[in-house]
Design a protein around this ligand. Structure first.
Ligand code: IPE
Ligand code: IPE
Ligand code: MG
Length: 260
């Protein structure tokens, strides 16, 4: 699979027939992205628009996430990676951070069985540092173990994740492994990233109208197609995912080469 992307490289999509055909209209099942990444942004603004506390927006993001998971399964996407908490999000008020830790812990408990039943393998990308509560780390390990055998789709939750931190951690490993300078190449770095077997994302979607990456998968998205939408994350549904895939399929991926 490698970083050649989804265009023609992925397994044929398995239309599961759980959604109305019309929703999938215009999507070529042979060119579905193998790996989709999502920067789930806009929860706070969604809540503010309703006069609610920011935390309500995070809560409302759960339905969006699981509709996106269903949509990715409908498409036959093999890898879905979602940005849930960045290495910079620790800067937020302590109450919001505490809420997010508890929320993610309870979300894993609530959803792990249904994800498992759907053949989803749950994995995590990020730093397991002292700031992540033990109870949450335990839930993460349980979800990993429970779903480790699944292969329909891999849902990677980027948690306490930073693209720069991931590169720093890879470089630390290179040094710890005693790799000499002339042996440092892309392969040596890639093999020391958090999830070396994960293909690069073909498509990265960011919600909430911001045109930035905010430290998501910096190394991996070198040739990803980026789609930005004004939809705030709690309003995101599989129809929005399908729209992003249509946009992706209109793009021409050249990887620095020329059209043939
Ligand atoms: C994304 O929504 C969720 C996290 C970063 C945890 P935000 O909380 O960033 O919402 P906005 O961007 O303030 O609206
Ligand atoms: C990116 O959103 C991080 C996550 C979605 C987890 P942020 O809200 O933290 O990003 P900025 O601050 O707008 O760049
Ligand atoms: Mg934000």
């Amino acid at each position: 699979m490698g970083n050649q992307g989804g265009a023609g490289a992925g397994a044929p999509a398995r239309w599961r027939g759980t959604v109305a055909d019309v929703e999938l209209d215009g999507i070529d099942p042979r060119r579905v992205p193998v790996h989709i990444g999502c920067v789930m942004d806009g929860n706070g603004r969604w809540a503010r628009k309703r006069g609610l506390p920011r935390t309500e927006g995070h809560g409302a993001g759960e339905e969006a996430l699981f509709d996106a998971v269903e949509g990715a399964l409908d498409l036959g996407t093999r890898w879905l990676t979602v940005y849930a908490f960045s290495t910079e999000n620790w800067k937020r008020p302590v109450d919001e951070v505490r809420y997010l830790m508890k929320f993610n812990e309870s979300l894993l408990l609530r959803r792990r069985d249904e994800l498992n039943e759907r053949g989803v393998r749950i994995r995590f990308a990020g730093r397991r540092d002292w700031r992540v509560p033990r109870r949450l780390l335990r839930r993460m390990d349980e979800a990993l173990d429970l779903t480790a055998h699944n292969r329909t789709m891999t849902l990677t939750i980027a948690f306490n994740y930073g693209g720069r931190a991931e590169i720093v951690d890879a470089v630390r490993r290179l040094v710890a492994d005693g790799v000499p300078a002339d042996k440092v190449d892309e392969k040596a770095i890639r093999s020391r990233m958090y999830l070396p077997d994960m293909p690069d994302p073909d498509l990265v979607i960011r919600t909430s109208g911001e045109f930035r990456i905010s430290n998501f998968l910096l190394w991996e998205l070198a040739y990803s197609e980026l789609v930005f939408t004004d939809v705030l994350w709690p309003d995101f549904r599989r129809a929005n995912l399908f729209e992003a895939v249509r946009e992706y399929q209109r793009r021409d991926r050249r990887y620095g080469g020329l059209d043939v």
